[in-house]
Write a protein that binds this ligand. Structure first.
Ligand code: DX5
Ligand code: ZN
Length: 217
């Protein structure tokens, strides 16, 4: 089984010390820095915008994984690219012309991801799965860190992997929300490739060690 990749979510970091937090991640074994952008419309919370991502980009040496929890993603895709995005994920539920949005992301040379809320069936991706690099399966309802993991996520990973295999596409499955050492191994065994972890990493006494422990499962 391939190594699981870890994407700590900066949402749980100390924003009063953002440079130190990013430098801590730079010196860790994290694979990505996950960046949660919320608009207060698609989700009932507002996180931060491009002045903050610019500060993150200034210090980050790890690839940036942008997760857009916003209604109108299209006007902001090129800004995400300019702010260092290696992956941009948009929500299935927020994109009326998802195929067009995916093509717009890929045309900038950035990997395209689609995020699914817990209630959204993976089967809805059947006609677009070959165009996607990453699927984020939300294992909590998006909007907040520190929520409880939703157990049905395991079934969704298995179904999505079957769908990807049937189409012969090398899709990366990313799990976002409530990830910890209590579910990381089971998520890996179900077929996950990337685990996002916010509060579990940043609330731990040794975040770098916690990142390594998640990688080691
Ligand atoms: C939730 C965000 C997550 C969040 C995860 O809406 O998309 O990325 O930061 O936080 P934890 O790991 O604390 O559930
Ligand atoms: Zn996220």
């Amino acid at each position: 089984m391939a190594d699981i990749l870890i994407a700590p979510s900066i949402l749980a970091a100390d924003f009063g010390n953002i440079q130190a937090e990013v430098e801590m991640l730079n010196s860790s074994t994290a694979d990505y820095i996950h960046i949660d952008i919320m608009d207060g419309v698609f989700v009932p919370n507002i996180s931060f915008g491009f002045s903050v991502t610019s500060a993150i980009q200034k210090h980050a040496t790890k690839p940036l994984d942008f997760h857009l929890m916003i209604e109108h993603a299209d006007p902001y895709l090129s800004l995400c690219r300019d702010h260092g995005a290696a992956i941009i994920s948009v929500h299935y539920e927020a994109c009326r012309h998802l195929h067009r949005t995916i093509q717009a992301i890929k045309s900038m040379g950035v990997k395209a991801g689609v995020a699914l809320n817990p209630h959204t069936s993976v089967s809805l991706l059947e006609d677009v799965i070959e165009d996607i690099d990453v699927v984020i399966l939300m294992s909590v309802n998006p909007g907040f860190g520190g929520q409880k993991f939703i157990e049905n996520t395991y079934n969704k990973i298995k179904k999505l992997r079957q769908l990807a295999n049937a189409k012969g596409t090398d899709l990366k499955i990313e799990i976002d929300g409530g990830v910890s050492l209590s579910n990381a191994l089971q998520l890996k065994e179900a077929g996950a490739d990337i685990l996002v972890a916010g509060s579990f990493v940043f609330n731990s006494s040794d975040p770098k060690d916690t990142i390594q422990s998640l990688r080691n499962v």
